[in-house]
Design a protein around this ligand. Structure first.
Ligand code: GLY
Ligand code: MN
Ligand code: MN
Length: 458
């Protein structure tokens, strides 16, 4: 079985959830095994994160219920049969597992349909086809009529977004695996090595030290493609390698770091210039992290530094504030500054980005670039967010904007044209908001030009 927190932690979480409801129940479906190419050949198993948070167990084919009226929590599921045990070895009884997470009652799966009849049922948005079908069967509703509970979503966000002391320890563990993945790739990064070899080293470490990666590794010299999962190239002198990778530790907590490395061991003048803007944006936004600050402000700080930098070297021009407000910088940084992170690398994204990163005090912008910010709201102690500015030269996007003469008052397209083969740079760290301010999680990973060049050359 997967490691668990002490049972009282799960009980307390369910009790906190219950404070928001006087009637009905919350239903949490486990994730099923997911089939790759035939039914007995499955992908690496990953439990649903809401299930992990309230019921801890990383096993399929069970359903957790928090019954707000009866003030009890239940697990519906069946013990393994001897046919299963022949293949899988001895397995603990569901009642034994239930006790480890302080669940009050265990019942056969077949009883669930009846238990749910005529009750007010709250559930989170299902994201796997199997669970949509199962919810439809259990609730006697057409799939298109399944409607997730906004009150449940909001309450879960309010609980999961504030990380407890035990969770922060797990996050540190995940961060340190991620740091090891990045630091090891830095040691092996040199011309002639293939992207695939480096990808394998990083993936192997994540599997050897935890539960694998927290998302498919991004490792590419074509870093201008934000989420590039192609690893077919051989490292070439003069190019930049973007590695955006994180680990999931044995308790399913996630890390997410990005570093950009000059393959030859030192940055060219042009690369160093752009790198410094991204580095300054990352450092300034982190420095500004503290309770009471809207993370939207941090996005503004970062993109202002980036715009100012690009103006300094003649790629951008015009009024700085206007350029930032209108989103001219989004040609170079089309994504947001970051997101919450926890049991998911984009924490709770299954519940809906707008519930996680926005609330009644702050609305999502509809301006290209600005609208991609996942976490805009006011920072509180216990939040963990990523800070991940970047500058990219995306030839296709440049061509489109140039043809449209988009933001021609703010962008010097003649000069941008000469950067079309530059690639991209992103720098990402994970930051815990504390009462006093903030703490960057994990042991420090080389980040400044000097630190990166020193480790690459050692
Ligand atoms: N791992 C993708 C991201 O940084 O959000
Ligand atoms: Mn990342
Ligand atoms: Mn990220």
């Amino acid at each position: 079985m997967n490691p668990l927190f002490k049972s009282h932690i799960y009980k307390a979480r369910r009790e906190q959830l219950s404070t928001a409801f006087s009637a009905g129940l919350a239903l949490f479906l486990s994730n099923e095994e997911s089939v790759a190419n035939y039914s007995a050949n499955t992908y690496h198993y990953r439990q649903d994160s809401n299930f992990l948070y309230f019921f801890g167990l990383s096993i399929p084919n069970i359903v957790g219920v928090v019954d707000f009226e009866r003030k009890k929590s239940l697990l519906f599921g069946d013990d393994f049969t001897i046919d299963d045990i022949i293949w899988m070895g001895d397995q603990p009884k569901l009642a034994t597992l239930a006790a480890e997470v302080a669940v009050d009652e265990v019942r056969p799966y077949a009883e669930l349909v009846n238990y749910l009849k005529n009750k007010e049922i709250h559930f989170t948005p299902p994201y796997r086809p199997h669970n949509k079908i199962e919810l439809s069967r259990l609730l006697l509703k057409n799939i298109n009529e399944l409607s997730a509970s906004v009150s449940l979503i909001k309450k879960i966000v309010s609980l999961r977004e504030i990380k407890s002391v035990e969770e922060i320890e797990q996050m540190e563990d995940a961060m340190n695996i991620g740091v090891k993945m990045h630091a090891t790739v830095m040691r092996y990064c040199k011309p002639g090595v293939t992207e695939r070899e480096l990808f394998g080293i990083a993936e192997g470490l994540a599997l050897g030290m935890g539960n694998g990666t927290s998302f498919p590794i991004i490792l590419s010299q074509n870093g201008q493609t934000l989420h590039n999962h192609n690893h077919d190239l051989t490292l070439e002198k003069g190019r930049l390698l973007v590695m955006d990778a994180g680990a999931e530790n044995v308790m399913n907590y996630c890390s997410d770091h990005t570093r950009t490395l000059p393959v030859s061991g030192s940055f060219s003048d042009r690369q160093r210039e752009i790198y410094e803007f991204v580095f300054q944006a990352n450092m300034a936004a982190i420095e500004n992290c503290k309770p009471g600050i809207f993370n939207l402000e941090n996005q503004k700080i970062a993109v202002t530094i980036i715009t100012e930098g690009l103006q300094k070297i003649g790629l951008m021009k015009g009024n700085l504030d206007e350029s930032v407000a209108l989103g001219a910088h989004a040609l170079f940084m089309p994504h947001g500054l970051g997101h919450q992170i926890g049991l998911d690398v984009h924490d709770m994204e299954d519940l809906g980005e707008n519930y996680v990163g926005y609330d009644e005090t702050i609305q999502r912008s509809n301006i290209f670039g600005w609208r991609s910010l996942r976490m805009a709201k006011n920072l509180k102690p216990g939040h963990i967010i990523t800070v991940e500015p970047g500058i990219y030269f995306i030839p296709h996007l440049i061509d489109i904007w140039r043809n449209e003469k988009k933001f021609a008052d703010f962008i010097n397209y003649e000069k941008v044209e000469t950067y079309k083969n530059f690639g991209g740079i992103r720098i990402e760290d994970c930051v815990l908001i504390t009462e006093e301010g903030h703490r960057v999680l994990g042991t420090p990973l080389p980040k400044s030009v000097t630190e990166i060049e020193t480790i690459l050359q050692s």
